[in-house]
Write a protein of this length. Sequence first.
Length: 213
Amino acid sequence: MIIAIDGPAAAGKGTLARRLAEKFNFAYLDTGALYRAVALSLIKDGYEPLNEEAARHAARTLNLDLLNDPDLRLEATGSAASYVAAMPDVRRNLMEFQRKFSESPPENKAGAVLDGRDIGTVICPNADLKFYVTASAEERAKRRVAEMKSRGVEADYAEILEDVTARDARDMDRKDAPLTKAEDAHLLDTTDLAIDAVFLRAAAIIENCIKPQ
Ligand code: CDP
């Protein structure tokens, strides 16, 4: 079973995906981390995020150790990721890894949960279930600030709001695999919904799909 979760920055996709994967014993892939790793590789080597040649090379020879680098979660890395994510060659280089993961999840798990921007539309258009998780930009910025503070990272609400809004615009306006809700995705607007409620709603939809009809 393949579950696709898409949505804008800081909408809570990661938390939802991780909890669903745990509940159903499915494998989980945070596809944003792959784009972040490409961006981080550029930053560490002193390249601009708009350097296509360096980005292409980093995506083709992706250093998976970067997935465990603490700088992966910096807002600056997320922002740089949205520049490299607009490059078709970068997306193409990361596509196979994501498709393989969804088709043959590690440890022979019976399913895979992938979260990102184009999972339901491009990577896994035939996913068994699709969710589009969103919330107002203000609410998302508030959550990102709380999450950063819980990790002991300084965060300024106004700056984060600006960053999240600019990143959404780049993700939605790019030509290749723009962020958009797949027609057959379940919309989960979490603006006024706590993560537990979102989780229960999504889990019920999955259970209903697994249950023999
Ligand atoms: O965690 P957050 O929602 O802030 O972002 P992320 O999921 O880690 O993704 C970082 C950036 O990678 C996004 O802003 C997108 O530009 C890009 N991305 C993408 O283009 N396609 C994906 N499937 C996942 C992420």
